[in-house]
Structures are given as C-alpha cells and as structure tokens.
Write a protein that binds this ligand. Structure first.
Ligand code: NAD
Length: 268
C-alpha cells in the first residue's frame, strides 16, 4: 500500500511540530502539505524548519491547494480554524483527524454534519493509554457504582487555553454513561467558598495549570475506608501524534462517518 498523503495543519504549534516529526519518522505516511494560519511567520518556509531537515513541502495558508490529491488532514489547532478546515475537507473529499479541543455545541454539530460526507476521527485524546483508561473507567464505575464519590483531576502546561481538558470531559462522559447519569446535570466544575456538602451523584472536576506538564489525568473513586485512583501521565506529545497517524491510516478506505479513538483501537 502506498504511503498516506498527509497534510498537517497548525505546523507552527506544539502539536503541529510533533505531527511533522511523527510523519517524518513513519514510513506509512508522506508529508503532502503543511498549513498554518495567515500571518504566521512560518508561511512560505520549508516544513523542515521544525524537524531539522528539508521536507520539500512549503508551509502554506492556502487550504484548497494543499488538500488537492491528499488522503487526510490532521488538525490540532483551534476550534475556529478546525471548522474552516472541516468545510474545505468536505468540499475536497479528504478525510480529517481532529485533535483540537474546546468545541461548542454548534461546532460539534458541524462536525457531525460533515461526517455524512467524509471520514472523521474526533478524539479529545489520541494516546492509546488514555483510551484504555477510559475503558477501565467504565469498568470501575460499574463496580464502584454506589457509595463512592467520583472526582477527575487534570493538570496541563501553562499555555493551555481551555478547561477542564477535553480528556477530562471524555473520562467524565465514560463514567456518567456507565452509571446512567447525564454529565450536563451531574458535573461540578471547581469549588469555592461555602459549597455545602458534596452531593453523592455528582462528578467533580478540578484543574491544575503550570509549567510544561504535557497532560496528567486522575480518576478518583473515594469511598468509606478506601479509594481507587486511575492515573495516566503523558510525558511527550509524540504519543498524541503517533495516535493521530494511527487514526489517519485506519480511516483510509473506510466510508464516511464520525469515529473516535476507541473505534480505531477496536475497544468498542
Ligand atoms: P498551539 O497554540 O501550540 O498551536 C496551535 C496552532 O494552531 C498554531 O500553529 C496556530 O498557528 C494554529 N492556529 C491558531 N488559530 C488558527 C487559525 N485561525 N487558522 C489556522 N491555524 C490556526 O496549541 P497546541 O498545544 O499544539 O494544541 C492545539 C490543539 O490541540 C488544542 O485544542 C489542544 O487542546 C489540542 N490537543 C489535543 C490533543 C489530543 O490528543 N486530542 C493533544 C494535545 C493537544
């Protein structure tokens, strides 16, 4: 099978650079295009500036030409950028892997609508370990379904702009789904002042931001006399980039639809 013609968006970003490195290291992928926002100093330069070599692909802010003859666009940017790329991918018939987090309901609806026409993998976290954690979270929630208070604590670097993390919300969805609860009504985001006693059916979220933490997540079940903690710690963005390329390859030859990383990993 020929190498997957891969376009990377947001190449000047932290994840964009990790993706360029992952593509360069993966014989199953070839860099077909490199996109960044208009006005970025990266535009016009060779994509190799981020990987220490010559990529032979100029970084561009012109989406349609970059998508011509491409197999997939891998996008870890910002919601407004992703929605513009989504539209371009739908028009070009190019599959899309979305790692961007922080979509509002309208953004999610636009992704679902586009998935009628192209294959999309949308995941708040592309690491294999985190997706396993979500699976374990469901199992734990079914067993510890009474008498245990559930809290999710996440920590990320100081530059992260949304909270709680998409992954923390994903873990919350997994747990709430397993318990037949609606996360919209049972989530408690942070606490301050006189909060009153903890309500038993709530799922609490706490956020830590600092330094260069790549991404830590702990799911806590606190009962009387014991507690269970499931923790995942990412030490490098390479894990997300490799997972995103795995998803991109998995999409190849598959029909339109909206998939997540658990589909890719066969965990469903
Ligand atoms: P970053 O700020 O380092 O990079 C963002 C990139 O997006 C930059 O290259 C920037 O130029 C580009 N961009 C911003 N606005 C744009 C626009 N309007 N049009 C085109 N490009 C635009 O951010 P990051 O740390 O690389 O994270 C990017 C996203 O990926 C965030 O939403 C983050 O939460 C998410 N993320 C997801 C996972 C996952 O596994 N799903 C892992 C890590 C990060």
């Amino acid at each position: 099978m020929s190498a997957l013609r891969t376009v990377v968006a947001g190449v000047s970003g932290r994840m964009g650079r990790a993706l360029l490195e992952a593509v360069a290291a993966d014989p199953g992928c070839v860099l077909h295009g490199a996109l960044d926002r208009s006005g970025s100093t990266a535009v016009g330069q060779d994509a190799g500036i981020y990987t220490g070599g010559h990529a032979g692909v100029a970084i561009s802010d012109q989406t349609a030409p970059a998508l011509a003859d491409a197999d997939v666009l891998v996008d870890f940017t910002r919601p407004e950028a992703t929605l513009a790329y989504l539209d371009a991918c739908r028009k070009a018939g190019v599959n899309l892997v979305i790692g961007t987090t922080g979509f509002d309901p309208a953004g999610k609806a636009a992704i679902e609508a586009a998935a009628q026409h192209i294959g999309i993998v949308l995941a708040p976290n592309f690491s294999v370990g985190v997706n396993l954690l979500m699976q374990l979270a469901e199992t734990a929630a079914r067993v510890l379904n009474e008498g245990y208070d559930i809290e999710i604590v996440e920590a990320h670097h100081r530059h992260k702009v949304d909270a709680p993390s998409g992954t923390a919300l994903g873990i919350g969805q997994s747990v709430a789904g397993a318990l037949g609860r609606d996360l919209k009504t049972c989530a408690v985001y942070g606490r301050e002042g006189v909060t009153g006693e903890r309500q038993p059916d709530t799922i609490g979220f706490a956020t830590v931001r600092g330094g260069d933490i790549v991404g830590d997540h702990t799911l806590l079940f606190a009962g009387i006399g014991e507690r269970v903690e499931l923790t995942h710690k990412a030490s490098s963005r390479a894990t997300f980039a490799q997972g995103a390329l795995r998803a991109a390859k998995w999409l190849q030859g598959r029909g339109p639809g909206l998939y997540d990383m658990r589909d890719v990993l066969g965990l469903k």
